[in-house]
Design a protein around this ligand. Structure first.
Ligand code: URA
Length: 407
């Protein structure tokens, strides 16, 4: 039976929901082996899935675990998801910004693995910050201040978790239908009413081309329609890192600067765009009116105050964010215009400094990371400071190849 299902997909036939259930639930229950699921996932990567197969798979993922019930909040709950990027700290900015406008944000976030960071690691770099909350605590905090960011309390979409771990080691991560069902199953099981998804595209992202990003966007929206959940997407660049700081505590510091109004540029612009979509969906107003409210909340300090209130409520001490690491300054070895900063190479550098995990049980150094000192388009003179590297590794060796393109 399992072999018939694998052959059917390998021969480009559409599978029924029952067939998908047989193989995927069989995998969750250890009846289907890793090598069988690997072959099946590769057949999906090569031969794609129809929309009805994707809807069925999303359903199977959702029903494999718990479903969070956020109905105790009587307002529309809007969630935000990023497909993963380098220096992407938008959640730290967008969540308090949206909550400051009375749209509740109750978010389950994850840890980082490999080159992409996780919001939970970033928050945990704030001394004292509690990332594991009980359901009772989540409920009380949501009612008291309208914003909660916590690590997953329930077992949401455990089948996706198991399949994702296998995809990670079988070169099957970049299948659009698998990505779409993976993301949507977790968001729906997480209790969101409406969802904004930031699709990263570029060398530092899972999705490498604009065409793939557009296909993913349309599939995410279709899955949303199937579940009667409104989904809006943003496609954003990940050829270069987002903002100047990469590394957990460094990213919290940069997010704080954005909320204080001290940082302009791509990070601020993307945060405003995501927040405007969320506020528009949460309040049922158009995006340009929502944008006015978002900009006002940044200007009058409400967003910053909501962030400080949120950190304090989860026991974090924001006044204690000193970077405790040795600093190594990287200088330009030639003059010219800074044409690009390679996101993937910066992410690898940051991981080598101790800021990322190679496998999921590795420890990370919250203080480690990179601060980029120049912007794309800047005129550079030989000897100018390009970046400061922070690490606690003794005698570190840096691979700076291909990071700064100056010509
Ligand atoms: N993010 C997810 O949650 N799943 C994927 O498959 C890719 C990005």
């Amino acid at each position: 039976m399992i072999l018939d299902i694998i052959s059917k997909k390998a021969n480009k036939y559409e599978l029924t929901k029952e067939e998908l259930e047989t193989i995927f639930m069989g995998y969750l229950n250890d009846e289907v082996k890793d090598y069988q699921m690997s072959a099946f996932l590769m057949a999906i990567c090569i031969n794609d899935m129809s929309d009805s197969e994707v809807f069925a798979l999303t359903d199977i993922f959702i029903k494999s675990g718990d479903i969070l019930d956020l109905s105790f909040i009587d307002k529309i709950k809007v969630d935000k998801h990023s497909t993963g990027g380098v220096g992407d700290k938008t959640t730290l900015i967008v969540a308090p910004l949206v909550a400051s406008l009375n749209v509740p944000v109750i978010k389950m976030s994850g840890r980082g693995l490999g080159y992409t960071g996780g919001t939970i690691d970033k928050l945990e770099s704030i001394p004292g910050f509690r990332v594991s909350l009980t359901e009772e605590e989540i409920k009380k905090q949501a009612q008291d201040i309208g914003i909660v960011i916590t690590s997953q309390t329930k077992d949401l979409a455990p089948l996706d978790k198991k399949v994702y771990a296998l995809r990670d080691v079988t070169a099957t991560t970049n299948s659009i239908p698998l990505i779409a069902s993976s993301i949507m199953s977790k968001k729906i099981a997480g209790g969101a009413d409406k969802i904004v998804i930031d699709i990263k595209v570029g060398c530092g992202a899972l999705i490498k081309t604009k065409e793939e990003a557009e296909r993913l966007s349309s599939l995410l929206i279709k899955i949303g329609t199937y579940y009667q959940e409104e989904v809006r997407t943003v496609i954003s660049n990940m050829d270069r890192p987002l903002g100047h700081n990469i590394g957990n505590k460094l990213e919290v510091l940069e997010a704080l600067e954005v909320l204080k109004g001290n940082v302009k540029g791509e990070l601020l612009d993307l945060s405003v765009e995501l927040a405007s979509k969320m506020v528009s969906m949460g309040k049922g107003i158009n995006e340009s009116d929502a944008r006015k409210e978002v900009l006002e909340s940044l200007e009058n300090g409400k967003a910053l105050n909501k962030f400080l209130e949120f950190v304090k409520y989860q026991h974090g001490n924001i006044d204690d964010l000193e970077i405790d690491a040795k600093v190594y300054n990287i200088k330009a070895n030639k003059s010219g215009t800074l044409k690009n900063i390679n996101a993937l190479s910066i992410a690898k550098l940051s991981e080598s400094l101790g800021a990322g995990r190679k496998s999921k049980d590795d420890d990370i150094d919250y203080n480690a990371g990179v601060v980029i000192k120049k912007d794309i388009g800047d005129e550079i003179k030989e000897g100018d400071l390009l970046a400061s590297l922070y690490t606690n590794i003794d005698n570190p060796k840096f691979n700076l190849d291909g990071i700064f393109e100056i010509s």
